[in-house]
Design a protein around this ligand. Structure first.
Ligand code: FES
Length: 182
């Protein structure tokens, strides 16, 4: 049977009808599959909470310049359908210019957790060798109290920094991380 014979009074043949119907169904199915993936594709643009500052629990005057201090903070985060109070840890210290550095404990080589030089009670102690204070258990990476890497070890850049600001004397911290140049 030819298309012309199947043409209705509105000019739509059976073949055209099937083409449109199948095309529409295919587009609907593709949209159904792709829709949940859009937030992940756009991540971190759609992630909220990254730029939110929360109280670190320390005053600016509490932050030391000789040894890092460990803090924990929580940031309310909405990631697609997931809403949570994400927990973070950071090591805070003032650099030589009095600038507060909030260092991530994640090794910049392959992401293991670095440990600071602390006593069994968790109190920060001077580096045993006088220089390398953070140690990575995975491949021997090590960093100074300011998070600067030992160039003879695998990490090629310093520990990343959480964004911080001082507001009314309080140190405010965000979960947004910035890389430092090697
Ligand atoms: S992950 Fe830290 S040195 Fe490799």
């Amino acid at each position: 049977m030819s298309d012309q014979k199947n043409q209705g009074k509105d000019g739509l043949s059976r073949r055209q009808f099937l083409t449109y119907a199948l095309g529409g169904t295919g587009a609907f199915m593709a949209a159904t599959i792709a829709a949940p993936l859009i937030p992940f594709t756009l991540d971190p643009l759609t992630r909220s909470g990254g730029g939110t500052f929360v109280d670190s629990g320390l005053k600016e005057s509490d932050v030391k310049s000789d040894l890092p201090q460990l803090i924990e903070f929580k940031v309310h985060r909405k990631d697609g359908w997931i809403e949570e109070n994400a927990k973070y840890t950071a090591w805070l210290i003032k650099d030589e210019q009095g600038q507060i550095l909030a260092m991530s404990p994640v090794c910049t080589h392959l992401g293991c957790q670095v440990t600071g030089t602390v006593d069994p009670s968790g109190n920060a102690q001077p580096a045993a060798d006088g220089k390398w204070w953070f140690h990575c258990p995975c491949h021997g990476g090590r960093y100074t109290i300011h998070g600067v890497q030992d160039p003879t070890k695998p990490p090629t850049r310093p520990l990343d920094l959480f964004e911080v600001k001082v507001d009314g004397g309080k140190v405010m911290i965000s979960s947004k991380l910035n890389q430092r140049k090697a």
